[in-house]
Design a protein around this ligand. Structure first.
Ligand SMILES: *[C@@H]1O[C@H](CO)[C@@H](O)[C@H](O)[C@H]1NC(C)=O
Ligand SMILES: *[C@@H]1O[C@H](CO)[C@@H](O)[C@H](O)[C@H]1NC(C)=O
Ligand SMILES: *[C@@H]1O[C@H](CO)[C@@H](O)[C@H](O)[C@H]1NC(C)=O
Length: 411
């Protein structure tokens, strides 16, 4: 009978205990302070909304209030008030108001925490999920292939840790529209990369407590050579310069090879120059451009003709015209010189006639100026050079000539 009574008592007591401990009362809540706790720093799981006076409270790791999960118990009236539980660790401590402080946070501190507060009125409970944040590491962009050739499928990966979010960017431009991002943004893929996709790319790692950008990665898309063309003199005169230029679109710059009628030439430049072309220089010129990265080689050729220097009677016939021209020019110049000398002599003669006034003389400026002494004082060379310089001087009106004359004197 006694045993029966005992079991009856037990059955009766358990629900009472459950009522005291598990009755969830809405109203208390936990704030994490700071909102984004960082590894190595401390956090307060701050309890608010408690109604009544606290008799004691327990903190548990996890969502269940089992003895095995208990971190600590706190009895404000006792000394010491805090009693360690099975999950106790020295970095944890309770505060009189019901809060829990965890210092020197570790990654393993992540997870759910539950508080159970017993007041003089009721038991109240709340849980919170604690996340411990770490600063993002500086991201590094890696390419799956190097060197990158046009039409390659290229994947860039942003290598970083602790990021919640990854962003991609391209300096002075936007990401190519056909580039696709993976779901977590860690990779960006160019299905068939184009030469226009050449540029500087970077990624940025972000989480609530930090942000970091990678160094730029220069993505160089190698291509070509294509659009090979040869420009220059395709018809040259014997003795003149034969100049050809081979041009192409290519990254990196290609190596060039020239051939003349199939024979390799020494020039390794895009430009081929032959001074003093001879008829032997005529023929087919072939330019070959090779890109060491793409492995592409392109060839194009042009036909060059060299016209021979004319020989025999033709030069005489040709030069007759030239000779006539030279002779004619010489005659004209001679005539001008003779005329100038004549004018000079005439002028001097007139000047001398000033000392013996000659009423017939009308046009001479020096006479009208009426100051023979001054005129005589002027350097004759200057005077004459002025007159020769302006062959029309004798026909000039006296007034104009006076102006020129006075200018001369001033200088
Ligand atoms: C943490 O709590 C949430 C609800 O608050 C629950 O869904 C989850 O299962 C809990 N996790 C653990 C590990 O207890
Ligand atoms: C806590 O929340 C984070 C997201 O903030 C989640 O990834 C994690 O699984 C949660 N942990 C638990 C124990 O619920
Ligand atoms: C890429 O593809 C285009 C079109 O098919 C072609 O013209 C070009 O030569 C290719 N580039 C390389 C480097 O193979």
């Amino acid at each position: 009978m006694a045993a029966k009574c005992h079991s009856c008592q037990g059955i009766f007591i358990l629900p009472v205990l459950f009522c005291l401990w598990l009755e969830p009362v809405r109203g208390i809540s936990i704030q994490i302070n700071p909102q984004y706790p960082v590894l190595g720093q401390s956090v307060t799981l701050s309890v608010s909304g408690i109604t009544g006076n606290i008799r004691f409270f327990y903190w548990f790791k996890g969502s269940n209030i089992e003895a095995d999960n208990q971190i600590l118990g706190y009895f404000p009236g006792s000394s010491p008030p805090q009693t360690p539980g099975k999950q106790y660790f020295s970095r944890a401590s309770g505060l009189p108001g019901g809060s829990l402080v965890i210092s020197d946070l570790e990654i393993t501190d992540r997870g759910n925490y539950t508080v159970n507060v017993q007041t003089d009125q009721s038991a109240q409970q709340a849980s919170v999920n604690l996340t411990v944040y770490e600063y993002v590491t500086k991201p590094v962009v890696k390419s799956n292939t190097s060197p990158v050739k046009e039409n390659d499928t290229v994947t860039l990966t942003c290598e970083t840790a602790n990021a919640d979010r990854i962003l991609w960017g391209r300096r002075r431009s936007s990401l190519p529209s056909n580039a696709s991002l993976s779901k977590d943004n860690r990779t960006v893929t160019f299905p068939s990369i184009k030469r226009s996709d050449t540029g500087e790319y970077y990624c940025e790692a972000v989480n609530p407590v930090s942000k970091s950008s990678s160094d730029d990665i220069t993505l160089t898309v190698n291509y070509g050579p294509d659009s090979l063309s040869v420009t220059g003199s395709l018809q040259v005169q014997e003795g003149s310069t034969l100049s050809l230029e081979c041009s192409t679109a290519s990254v990196p710059l290609p190596t060039y090879l020239w051939r003349h009628n199939g024979t390799e030439l020494s020039s390794k430049q895009g430009k081929l120059t032959i001074n003093q072309a001879t008829p032997e220089h005529a023929g087919i010129y072939t330019c070959t451009a090779s890109n060491s990265v793409t492995g592409i080689t392109t060839t194009t050729d042009v036909h060059v003709t060299v016209s021979e220097q004319p020989t025999g009677t033709t030069p005489e016939a040709l030069s007759t015209g030239t000779v006539i021209g030279i002779v004619a020019a010489a005659i004209v110049i001679l005539a001008l010189v003779i005329a100038s000398i004549y004018l000079f002599v005439v002028h001097k003669a007139r000047k001398k006639s000033v000392s013996n006034p000659n009423p017939q003389s009308k046009s001479s400026a020096s006479v009208e100026n009426g100051n023979p002494a001054t005129t005589e004082g002027e350097p004759e060379l200057q005077y004459s050079s002025i007159n020769f310089g302006q062959r029309q001087a004798p026909k000039m009106q006296p007034a104009e000539e006076n102006i020129i004359y006075s200018e001369l004197r001033l200088s």
